[in-house]
Design a protein. Structure first.
Lengths: 195, 126
């Protein structure tokens, strides 16, 4: 599924749908910045199915699109900060290679809430917001675990399908490159003949 | 199970959770003193400081409209009404400990409990 534009578009749509569903779920606790982070399912899946570059592009695009549709300039700033920090940390943890998807997602949830809070403190210009740090850190771990379980469940079902598409693409690519090589060598021959 | 989590995964998750719980405990110690007054900020500017001992209703206005209604009652402070979509600030409940905060993100109103003395910016209060 690597580097296919329709694939990326479909995943971006998934991300936006997830965040719409999330906006329909009321939050029972009065903690600013607290949410389930359902959209992160898509980002975690993309890290595994596409790679860091594609996941990053979709992550940033969904923050902007969702921000313009449901939020305001400030909510874009918070989400962008949280999204960037959590993406970098998830990528590093994944690249380290020794941790499972759930852990990657937990780290993402933890750092997302941390980044969001720091930027909110900067924008509000008040240190008082730090009061919510412990609650946000714990909820980040818990929601991250839930998101990780969902992502892992989806991934183990989609994995085979994705791999089969990848293999098909690879064989196609190999065939194409072989064709190119053949035509190249023919061209070389004609060049030599001409000279 | 090993497909989902390995030992080192559980350790890392436990460490992160522990960091959260430790900060929670530290915070519980930091925010245990009762405060004397509340300071209200709107868009980075301090609107006023109000004593917690005196019952009062403070209306926060923006562009001629009342956006937030803050009530001080029986030594506690809480947000009663807010002109915002999510009403998170109302759900944040009553506060009276030093450092506790109510935030209204959309209206950029911050209410925090402090030890400061009351100051006169009573033009907005009603």
């Amino acid at each position: 599924m690597k580097k296919s534009l329709p694939g990326l578009a479909i995943f971006l749509t998934f991300a936006i749908i997830c965040s719409y569903i999330e906006s329909l779920i009321p939050i029972p606790f009065g903690v600013p910045g607290m949410k389930l982070g359902l959209t992160n399912v898509v980002i975690v899946l993309m890290l595994y199915m596409f790679g860091p570059f594609e996941a990053f592009i979709v992550s940033m695009l969904r923050v902007l699109l969702i921000g313009f549709m449901f939020g305001n300039l400030y909510s874009i700033a918070y989400s962008l900060a949280g999204g960037l920090l959590s993406f970098i940390c998830m990528y590093l943890i994944k690249r380290f290679g020794k941790f499972r998807m759930i852990t990657v997602s937990v780290v993402g949830g933890f750092t997302h809430n941390l980044g969001q809070l720091l930027v909110a403190m900067f924008f509000f210009d008040t240190p008082y917001l730090i009061y919510y740090l412990p609650v946000l850190l714990i909820t980040g771990v818990v929601t991250g675990a839930i998101i990780g379980i969902i992502a892992q469940a989806v991934y183990s079902r989609v994995e085979k399908f994705a791999n089969s598409i990848d293999e098909k693409n690879q064989t196609d690519n190999i065939k194409q490159s072989e064709n190119v090589k053949q035509t190249d060598s023919k061209a070389d021959n004609t060049d030599i003949n001409q000279s | 199970m090993s497909k989902w989590l390995k030992k080192r995964d559980i350790i890392l998750i436990a460490v992160l959770l522990l960091v959260g719980i430790i900060t929670l405990i530290i915070w519980a110690f930091i925010y245990s003193d009762k405060g004397k007054s509340v300071t209200i900020e709107q868009r980075g500017e301090i609107i006023g400081t109000y004593s917690l001992d005196k019952d009062e209703t403070i209306n926060i206005e923006y562009k001629g409209k009342t956006v937030n209604k803050i009530i001080i009652e029986d030594g506690y402070c809480y947000m009663q009404e807010a002109e915002c979509p999510d009403h998170l600030c109302i759900k944040q409940g009553k506060i009276n400990k030093k450092g506790q905060t109510i935030v209204c993100m959309p209206n950029r109103v911050v209410v925090s409990v402090t030890d400061d003395d009351e100051s006169g910016y009573d033009s907005i209060a009603s």
